[in-house]
Design a protein around this ligand. Structure first.
Ligand SMILES: [Zn+2]
Length: 166
């Protein structure tokens, strides 16, 4: 009788008949059955372990999004409400005047000045130039950046990300 150690597919748990397929799945080395190996490698999840050069098609960045790294992440300063209010009052502008200059409603401006509504970058930029205050600063959380894409990415960025995922 031929002795053959039974190995089990590390993905589906079924015993592997014949030669197991070794592959790197999400950066982890795994032994897979033919079914799982075929499925995962066709979806690009599994990379063959044999020293094959990584082609553009089989290599998919999963954990890191290199395209995003270079993009400058911006955020609004935490005391934006105070800064806006102070600068507006220094100019002697009532809420209505600044709201009109910004083309936003007075109630929205009131929310911003009371800290209930953080202005989007574009609006904050407008306020910066009107009030001569600093409101937009580079983001200081590169670590969280990797875990989830920034919420204020532009349409151009989305196109880049999609292209990389293809
Ligand atoms: Zn399997």
């Amino acid at each position: 009788m031929q002795r053959r150690p039974v190995s089990y597919c590390e993905s589906c748990g079924r015993p592997i008949h014949g030669k197991p397929f070794r592959a790197e799945v999400d950066g982890v080395e795994m032994e897979l059955c033919l079914g799982c190996y075929t499925k995962m490698s066709s979806s690009g999840r599994a990379k063959p372990l044999r020293s094959q050069p990584r082609t553009a098609q089989s290599y998919k960045p999963r954990r890191r999004l290199p395209g995003i790294r270079g993009i400058e992440a911006l955020e609004i300063v935490t005391d934006y409400a105070e800064r806006i209010k102070r600068a507006r009052e220094e100019r002697g502008w009532p809420l209505s005047v600044l709201a009109e200059k910004l083309r936003i409603s007075e109630s929205l401006l009131r929310k911003i000045e009371s800290g209930k509504y953080k202005p989007p970058i574009e609006l904050a930029r407008k306020m910066e130039s009107l009030l001569r205050v600093k409101l937009v600063v580079p983001s200081e959380e590169p670590e969280e950046f990797e875990a989830e894409p920034p919420t204020d990415i532009t349409l151009g960025d989305i196109v880049v990300i999609r292209r990389e995922e293809e």
